[in-house]
Design a protein around this ligand. Structure first.
Ligand SMILES: Nc1ncnc2c1ncn2[C@@H]1O[C@H](COP(=O)(O)OP(=O)(O)OP(=O)(O)O)[C@@H](O)[C@H]1O
Length: 255
């Protein structure tokens, strides 16, 4: 079986200081390679600053790579072609509040990706918005709400709705559950699992929580200082971590 996503030697350096004589760079991500099969969930764990968000941003196209390539279904993604990527790979962020526009109704915010990326007419767009709201456990009436009228959990549902409205093959969630309280978190985890079953999506899931990763993910990458130091099936890595750093991470000593 061919992988959905293939990351080959993907790396990111940031220029730190530049002068006529000297150019200093900081390596946020060492050349990194891995694969993700369709319908599977890959978790990325690591201490703060280990490069998790950089890797997520590179895959979602929000950050331009310094080297390497990403293939989706065997097709190379063009780093600067946001439209090509937006159809297939979408991102959900930690702070739903900050990622929603307070001045626009939920309906207009969900319609936006459809306007930019599809040829649907107005009534087809409306139909898709209503359907997507229902898929994430909200109501058609929520279309006319503004973000401040929703609870934290409902806002995260809207973020998920916006991410799935184009029927992506891959959802990248960067600490999407970190700020939610435990009962809302459990509801959103169940929603993500249901959506994955129904829509056959793959997930890349950044989380500092061993419990959440064990519950949601099939495989895990452990990152330290911009590189993968351990990887494998979640049960294998969690039950018998080979690196001391992984052991500490699983005991939540490094976060
Ligand atoms: N635009 C930038 N310019 C320079 N350095 C950056 C930039 N963005 C990130 N970095 C650095 O790259 C490293 C990796 O950052 P990244 O945000 O990917 O880590 P992370 O594992 O997601 O951390 P956290 O859990 O704190 O979000 C950090 O040392 C960070 O300071």
């Amino acid at each position: 079986m061919k992988p959905l996503l293939e990351v080959r030697e993907l790396g990111k350096v940031y220029p730190l200081r530049q002068s006529f004589f000297r150019r200093t760079v900081f390596t946020a991500l060492q050349p990194t390679s891995f694969q993700l099969m369709a319908g599977k969930t890959l978790a990325i764990m690591g201490a703060n600053g280990s490069g998790k968000s950089t890797l997520a941003g590179l895959i979602a196209g929000a950050i331009q790579p310094s080297q390497g390539e990403i293939l989706l279904n065997g097709q190379r993604l063009q780093p600067d072609n946001y439209r090509q990527r937006a159809q297939h790979i979408r991102m959900v962020f930690q702070d739903a509040e900050a990622s929603l526009n307070p001045h626009l109704t939920i309906g207009s915010q969900l319609e936006e990706p459809l306007l930019f990326n599809t040829g649907l007419n107005q009534s087809q767009r409306r139909e898709r918005v209503v359907h997507t709201l229902q898929q994430v456990g909200l109501l058609a009436e929520h279309m006319v709400f503004y973000p401040h009228m929703l609870s934290t959990g409902q806002k995260q549902r809207v973020s998920i709705a916006r991410a799935i409205i184009l029927n992506p093959q891959l959802l990248v969630a960067d600490e999407a559950l970190a700020t939610l309280d435990s009962s809302v978190r459990a509801q959103i985890i169940n929603l993500l699992l249901d959506l994955q079953q129904d829509l056959k999506m793959s997930y890349i899931f950044i989380s500092q929580s061993p419990e959440i990763v064990r519950h949601l993910a099939d495989d895990v990458l452990i990152m330290k200082d911009g590189r993968i130091i351990e990887q494998g099936a979640v049960d294998t890595v969690f039950d018998d971590p080979q690196e001391r750093y992984t052991q500490s991470l699983l005991l939540s000593e490094l976060t």
